[in-house]
Design a protein around this ligand. Structure first.
Ligand SMILES: [Cu+2]
Length: 399
């Protein structure tokens, strides 16, 4: 050990060995995910995590070696020890080329062989959405909820945040899955390759589930793809990862992965539910029934913008209380859709604004109920109502 001014100093390389061990510790403690990425449950997530860990080690080694040499040289050759700056110029001729090409070759090896090949393999796998896909899930992002469709099974539903308003307003203790819970979970079979198609109706959203290693933009007017093969049953949670407006932080993703037979049973029950909903459009509803159902729909679908009391948040979101459109005629003179009439506005939305078309996300019953509710609650009292069967007939008219 060298001594300076009468006391011993630890050798720099010993301190660096300690720091390096600390760097590697997280890789060794992979089982403890508290400080790490959540446990991967798809091949893509597992591979990306592994690549991340390998890269961290390579980067850690490079960092340590380069900085150890630098700091050692600076400390060892400092002026106070009597070192004078060297005056030299670089080598020439063959030696010069040697010193250029050797580091270049090392970098090429690290970048292309150690890092490039595994990364390239993973990216190719990620993009392979079609080979041996067992089923398709179509996801549509909209302000601020997700719509899921299973084209092969004719299932379609909307999944929205279910965290109670009181928790968000700090009037109640926050639950375990605060802002990461929904009314309708997406259910997928374990072990199946699911091809996922993504789009959006209004602005860009991003469907993101960390444990799947999937984070893909849903862009209006485009159809993007990704895929998952979930390896273990469980409930996996994620969020919209693109700033998409006022409630960007309130559109979580919840996927429940279940064994194949359970998935088949879920498909059957979901279909049954949809048939029952469709059948609801055939009968005549009483005003009270429509109002009760309408309140439910309003609170789940409309209150985020128009507010629970219907007063809106002007100028962004107009009040429905006393609105000229809501208290105006339901339909045109001939009983058909009136452009910019109440039913037209809810069915078809208003282009270029946050008022989306609800014809594809709500059932006939939901639409009739919410429109009746708007007209007879929230401070309005037109006294009239519209039946689900009428909505069903109006749907056939061009938007
Ligand atoms: Cu979003």
């Amino acid at each position: 050990m060298e001594t300076t001014a009468g006391f011993t100093r630890p050798q720099p390389h010993m301190r660096f060995a300690g720091a390096f061990a600390a760097l590697l510790a997280p890789a060794a403690a992979l089982a403890d995910y508290t400080w790490n990425f959540p446990p991967p449950v798809t091949p893509v997530a597992r591979e990306t995590l592994q690549i991340h860990n390998e890269f961290m080690i390579i980067i850690g080694v490079l960092f340590t070696v380069v900085f150890a040499i630098m700091i050692y040289s600076m400390v060892k050759h400092r002026k106070s020890l009597g070192h004078a700056p060297a005056r030299f110029s670089g080598p020439t001729g063959a030696v010069q080329w040697f010193w250029v090409l050797v580091p270049f070759a090392i970098l090429l090896f690290i970048d292309f062989v150690l890092m490039g090949i595994p990364a390239w393999r993973a990216v190719v796998e990620m993009e392979d959405t079609k080979t041996k896909a067992d089923m398709v899930l179509k996801i549509t992002g909209m302000q601020w909820k997700w719509q899921y469709e299973y084209p092969e099974s004719d299932i379609r539903f909307v999944s929205a945040l279910s965290t109670p308003r009181e928790q968000i307003a700090n009037q109640e203790a926050k639950g375990e899955h605060y802002l990461l819970e929904v009314d309708n979970e997406v259910v997928l079979p374990v072990g199946r390759k699911v091809r996922i198609l993504l789009t959006a109706t209004d602005v860009i959203h991003t469907w993101w589930v960390p444990q799947f290693g999937v984070k893909r933009d849903a862009i209006p007017g485009f159809l993007r793809e990704t895929w998952v093969r979930i390896e273990a049953p469980g409930v996996y949670r994620g969020q919209c990862a693109e700033l998409c407006g006022k409630d960007h932080g309130f559109m979580p993703v919840v996927v429940r992965a279940v064994p194949e037979p359970e998935f088949a049973a879920w498909v059957e029950s979901k279909k049954g539910e949809q048939t029952a909903t469709a059948a609801g459009a055939e009968r005549t509803w009483s005003k009270d029934e429509l109002l009760a159902k309408g309140k439910e729909v309003y609170e789940a679908q409309c209150a985020v913008c128009h507010q629970p009391d219907g007063k809106g948040l002007p100028p962004a979101f107009p009040a429905l209380s006393g609105s000229r459109i809501v208290t105006g005629p339901l339909l045109g003179m001939n009983g058909r859709l009136a452009k910019d009439g109440h039913v037209d506005r809810v069915l078809n939305g208003k282009e270029g604004t946050a008022m989306q078309a609800f014809r594809n996300t709500l059932s006939d019953v939901d639409l009739a109920a919410v429109i009746t509710y708007e007209r007879n609650a929230l401070g309005n009292a037109t006294g009239d109502l519209i039946q689900p069967a009428q909505i069903k007939a109006l749907r056939r008219e061009a938007p």
